[in-house]
Design a protein. Structure first.
Length: 66
């Protein structure tokens, strides 16, 4: 998931609850990929297993206000 924030974009991997950011969507995506690669290289197996969520559903909903 990538969302706009005040000064750039935040990219978030909900399956692991890991995020990164960048000035553009492309930068945020690349930074998240690098962050995830480092996480898998450095984190103990127990930490990976603890964070891993297999039942993640990302969707949009419409809410009528007013």
């Amino acid at each position: 998931m990538i969302g706009r924030e005040e000064d750039g974009y935040v990219a978030w991997c909900p399956a692991l609850d890991i995020a990164s950011q960048g000035d553009t969507v492309k930068d945020a995506k690349a930074n998240l990929a690098e962050t995830l690669a480092l996480f898998f290289q450095c984190a103990p197996e127990e930490e990976i297993a603890r964070r891993m969520k297999e039942d993640v559903i990302v969707t949009q909903i419409e809410v009528v206000v007013g």
